[in-house]
Design a protein around this ligand. Structure first.
Ligand code: NAD
Length: 291
C-alpha cells in the first residue's frame, strides 16, 4: 500500500492507523508511461506533449511536419527535441499522415521501442478543412477532413488497442487511456464549418462507444472539447476580428483559450486522478455552450 490512499483504497479496510483518507497520491507523476500524440508539432498537440512530458511521460510524436508552422515560433525547438532536452523524457518522432495505415505501423513500433508499453493515445491531429456553405465543398475536400479528423482516430485506436489490451493494468488503475481532441463544435453549428462539425460530433459518439467496448478491460476513453484556441488551425479566422466577435461576446467569460489549458486538461485525463471518468466529453470553452 503506498503512503497515500487513492479513491479505490477507500473500498479496502485501512491497513495502518496512520492512513488518512485526506492523503492523496501525487496524481501528476506519470513517470515512465508512454504517450502517442498525433499532430504533436504545433498548437494543442505541442502543448499536450509538453504537459505530459513535464509529468514524466515518454512522448512519441506523429505529424506531417516536424516543425511549427510559419508564423508560430518557427525558431523554437521541435517538440520532440524540447521534451527530451528540457524534461529528460524519452521521445521519438514519426513523420507521416495519421490518416494512413502505414504511418501507424511505424508509430506503434517506435512507441514499443521506448519501454514496451503504450499507456496513452492522444488523437489530436485535425484540420478545419473547407470553410463556407456545405454545397460549395467538393467531395475531395469532404473526404480529406473525414480522413484526417475521423478515420485517423479509427486507425490510431485500431493500431494501438492490441498492445493496450495485452499489457498489464497499472496497479489499481487503467490498462490504457485514449484521449481524443474533439471540439465544442461537436455541440453547436459553428457557422460555415459543417464538415468540421460533423467530424467532431462523430468523435464524441465514437468516444462513448469506445468507453463501452473497452471500459471493462480497464481502458478509459475521453474526449476533450475546446472552444476557440489561437493556433495555426484558425489563424486566418482570428486575423479577421469580425468573424469571431459574436463568438466572443456570447461567451460568459469572453476570452479565447490557450494551448497550455488544453495541455492541462489532457494531463488530468491521462493521470490516475481521472480514473472514474470514462466516455466523458470534457467541454472547455469558458461557458460558451451552456450560455
Ligand atoms: N484551435 C482551436 O480553436 C481548436 C478548438 C477545438 C478543437 N481543436 C482541435 O485541436 C486539434 C489540434 O489543432 P490545433 O488547433 O492545435 O491546430 P494546429 O494546426 O496548430 O495543429 C495541428 C497539427 O496537426 C498536424 N496534422 C494535420 N493533419 C495531419 C495528419 N493528417 N497527420 C498527422 N498530422 C497532421 C499539423 O501538421 C499540425 O502540426 C485538432 O483536432 C483541432 O480540431 C482546435
Amino acid at each position: 500500500m503506498p503512503a497515500g490512499i487513492n479513491l479505490l483504497g477507500l473500498l479496502s479496510p485501512p491497513q495502518s492507523a496512520t492512513l488518512s483518507i485526506c492523503t492523496m497520491p501525487a496524481p501528476y507523476d506519470l513517470t515512465g508511461r508512454t504517450a502517442i500524440i498525433t499532430g504533436s508539432s504545433s498548437g494543442n498537440g505541442r502543448a499536450i506533449a509538453i504537459a505530459l512530458a513535464e509529468a514524466g511521460v515518454n512522448i512519441v510524436g506523429v505529424d506531417l511536419n516536424p516543425h511549427q508552422p510559419k508564423g508560430f515560433e518557427e525558431d523554437q525547438p521541435q517538440t520532440i527535441d524540447l521534451v527530451r532536452d528540457i524534461y529528460k523524457v524519452q521521445s521519438a518522432f514519426v513523420q507521416g499522415d495519421a490518416a494512413k495505415e502505414e504511418t501507424w505501423e511505424k508509430v506503434v513500433a517506435a512507441a514499443l521501442q521506448l519501454n514496451g508499453r503504450i499507456d496513452i493515445l492522444v488523437n489530436n491531429a485535425g484540420i478545419l478543412g473547407k470553410v463556407g456553405p456545405l454545397h460549395e465543398c467538393t467531395l475531395a475536400q469532404w473526404n480529406r477532413i473525414m480522413d484526417v479528423n475521423l478515420t485517423a482516430v479509427f486507425l490510431g485506436v485500431k493500431a494501438v488497442m492490441p498492445t493496450m489490451l495485452a499489457q498489464e493494468a497499472r496497479p489499481g488503475s487503467t490498462r490504457g487511456t485514449v484521449i481524443t481532441i474533439a471540439s465544442n463544435a461537436a455541440h453547436h453549428g459553428a457557422p460555415d464549418k459543417a464538415p468540421y462539425c460533423t467530424t467532431k460530433g462523430a468523435l464524441v459518439s465514437l468516444n462513448k462507444a469506445l468507453a463501452v467496448d473497452y471500459g471493462r478491460q480497464g481502458i478509459k476513453s475521453i474526449t476533450v472539447s475546446p472552444g476557440i484556441i489561437a493556433t495555426a488551425l484558425n489563424a486566418q479566422e482570428l486575423a479577421d476580428p469580425s468573424k469571431c466577435v459574436n463568438y466572443r461576446s456570447q461567451t460568459p467569460w469572453p476570452r479565447f483559450g490557450r494551448v497550455d489549458e488544453v495541455g492541462s486538461a489532457v494531463l488530468f485525463f491521462a493521470s490516475d486522478a481521472s480514473d472514474y471518468c470514462n466516455g466523458t466529453d470534457f467541454n472547455m470553452d469558458a461557458g460558451y455552450i451552456v450560455a
